[in-house]
Design a protein around this ligand. Structure first.
Ligand SMILES: *[C@@H]1O[C@H](CO)[C@@H](O)[C@H](O)[C@H]1NC(C)=O
Ligand SMILES: *[C@@H]1O[C@H](CO)[C@@H](O)[C@H](O)[C@H]1NC(C)=O
Length: 471
């Protein structure tokens, strides 16, 4: 890490990986389709009679997670340019970035070093603690009475409508983060999507998910006959990568865009190729697609609109993975690197330096506590020979993570009761907890060994449970 050359340069944290994107015009021009026609056709025939809806969600907060909210703001700008109306775009973001004391350009969020202010005009539908699972589900289902707080905007869609969902955050096996606990569990999300389908209130839906182990949200769970197509940034086993660059702003940017992609299939191939880094997957992650692949032939513009000027507001960039000026880190380590950089930027002996040092030590203490606790629990349950094998086993492809999701949530609560918060980092252990359920261990047994494994909880802000259980 020392070769990182922090010095006077400020840092740029850059989330790689897709977000997708979006549209296009030049290729359409080549094949002689006018922009208007392109907007209103699916594969050149059916008229769009419905409305385009979008839900954009950043599931994190904290300045070290800058990139998630920046991606959401950027996606909003693209949708607006694509012609979607504010009344049809629902934004969930904690909104603690633009005016954060660490932000070098107050009131501004960018996600490209030369980029525009993507924060401008973003609707504050659900901010702060209103960014939660309950409100997300209420919005998806169009159920205003189930909302708590927020602007009251919901997807009030009908049978001819198209829905685009973009979710970016930390994740773990079977789970996605929310800034306000509890986290979002795959089984609950799938149940809500099925419910939405049963209500006959959309024609088709595209779900872009960018999080660690995001494939596990859909794999073996999302049916392929409810007109929903999902793309995830990572397969069920891998974490996605974040890139750190040295640059002139202290912020993170999202890597996005190819304007020439027409269909979901082409978009998928393109992003997949790019993140695979010439099929080596050395730095990349496996982009995956799930559920109703018939939607592959749909133009992306059906969901995100179409901008006749072709100006998405962002300049396409070369694959940053091929540059040598950066360090690629696992998304899960992004917070660690953030505080490490802070430590090195602060001048010797300053209160900032001491503070950064303290924060870094606390993160490390928390991580080691979580890892040790889970390992010990595995040993107590299955013996030190079998324990690690049971915890690390991975089911067959196409199978859901766990048979009994309520067991998984109970295991999380039992663990957190005695061992403290898993926090974002600890999400990675959800597969181990799922394996404990799949092995038939009962919650009572788990509670007993968790109490034994964790006689106390380290007193740092990562381990404490001020906001409740994550499950
Ligand atoms: C909307 O949410 C409320 C509160 O959770 C619930 O009682 C009601 O049944 C829901 N309505 C529909 C149509 O699902
Ligand atoms: C992706 O890579 C494959 C194999 O290298 C290539 O055939 C294909 O054209 C590429 N697709 C896109 C969209 O770049």
């Amino acid at each position: 890490m020392a070769r990182f050359g922090v010095g006077a340069l400020r840092l740029l944290l850059l989330l790689l990986l897709l977000l997708p994107l979006f549209l296009v015009d030049s290729r359409l021009d080549h094949i002689g389709v006018s922009s208007d026609q392109a907007t209103n056709t699916i594969n050149g025939d059916d008229e769009i009679v419905g409305t385009r809806w979008a839900v954009l969600i950043a599931g994190s907060n904290g300045y070290y997670n800058y990139r998630h909210q920046a991606d959401v703001c950027h996606a909003y700008q693209i949708l607006r340019r694509g012609g979607l109306k504010d009344e049809n775009i629902i934004v969930f973001m904690y909104d603690d970035i633009a005016h954060n004391e660490e932000n070098p350009i107050p009131g501004v969020i960018i996600n490209d070093p030369q980029g525009e202010n993507v924060y401008a005009g973003v609707p504050k539908d659900y901010v702060g603690d209103d960014v939660n699972v309950n409100n997300f589900f209420a919005v998806l289902l169009g159920n205003r009475t189930a909302l708590t707080g927020g602007s009251g905007k919901v997807i009030d869609s009908g049978p001819d409508d198209y829905i685009f969902i973009y979710y970016t955050d930390h994740g773990g096996p079977g789970v996605l983060g929310m800034p306000t606990y509890p986290d979002l569990y795959a089984d609950d999300l799938i149940a809500v999507l099925k419910h939405k389908h049963a209500s006959g209130s959309y024609k088709s839906m595209v779900f872009y998910l960018e999080a660690c182990e995001s494939g596990s949200i859909f794999e073996g769970l999302l049916p392929n006959n409810i007109n929903i197509y999902a793309t995830t940034a990572a397969n069920p086993m891998e974490s996605i990568l974040v890139i750190y660059l040295t640059a002139s702003f202290s912020c993170m940017i999202s890597y996005v865009h190819d304007w020439r992609t027409e269909t979901l299939a082409q978009q998928y191939q393109l992003v997949k190729n790019r993140t695979a880094v010439h099929n080596t997957y050395y730095f990349g992650s496996h982009v995956m697609q799930y559920a109703d692949l018939r939607l592959n032939t749909h133009q992306l513009s059906l969901y995100v609109g179409f901008n006749p000027s072709g100006d998405g507001g962002v300049t396409p960039v070369a694959n940053p993975l091929t540059s040598s000026t950066q360090t690629v880190v696992n998304q899960r380590d992004a917070e660690l690197v953030h505080f490490w950089l802070k430590l090195h930027k602060a001048s010797e002996g300053s209160p900032q330096k001491l503070d950064a040092q303290k924060q870094l030590l606390q993160i490390l203490e928390h991580r080691s506590h979580v890892d040790k606790s889970v390992r010990l629990i595995g040993n107590l349950l299955f013996g030190s020979e079998h324990g690690p094998r049971v915890l690390e086993s991975v089911g067959a492809a196409g199978q859901p993570l766990v048979d009994d999701w309520s067991c998984l949530k109970s295991m999380v609560r039992a663990l957190e009761t005695y061992c403290g918060s898993l926090s974002r980092y600890g999400m990675k252990h959800l597969r181990s907890l799922a394996n404990i359920c799949n092995a038939g261990v009962r919650v009572e047994a788990m509670t007993k060994v968790a109490a034994e494994a964790c006689p106390n909880i380290p007193s740092n802000s990562w381990s404490l449970l001020p906001k409740g259980f994550s499950a």
